[in-house]
Design a protein around this ligand. Sequence first.
Ligand code: FES
Ligand code: FES
Length: 152
Amino acid sequence: MIILKVNGAEQKLEVDPDMPLLWVLRDVLGLTGTKYGCGQALCGACVVHLDGETVRACVTPVKRAAGGSVTTIEGLSPTGDHPLQRAWVELGVPQCGFCQAGQIMSAAALLRKNPRPSNDDIDRSLAGNICRCGTYTRIRAAVRKAAGLPTE
Ligand code: FES
Ligand code: FES
C-alpha cells in the first residue's frame, strides 16, 4: 500500500508501486486536470508539485511520492482563485488548454521561490512546458500579472 497526501487529503492506494503518478492521479483518483501529453518527460503537460517541487507525473513512479504531499492543479487553490489562475482568466491565456495546467503548476513553483521574476526567469522556468498553440506571450504576461508586475 502506498500512502500519500494529494491536495491535502490522505490517500491509501492499493496500486503497483511502479505505476506512474499521473495514472494514479487521473485514473485512480479522478483528478483529470493534470494532462498526459508525451509520457516521456518532454512536454510538461503533467507537471504537479511533490513536496513543493515540480515533478513530471508521467515518469514519476507513485512509490517516489510515498509519504509525500502532491499538489495538482485542482489543489493549487481550493476556490480556483490563485493569483495565477485569476491572471490566466483575465488575460485569456489558453487556446486549446491542454498544456495549461502544467504551465500554471510550473509558474506557481517559480513564484513561490522568486515572487518577482524577470522575463528571463519566467522563460527559463517554463522552458520545459511546451504549448503547441503558441500562447507563450500571454503565459509570460499572466505570470507577470500574478507577480504584480506590468504585463508590458
Ligand atoms: S506527459 Fe509528462 S512531460 Fe509530457
Ligand atoms: S493552449 Fe493548446 S497546447 Fe497550449
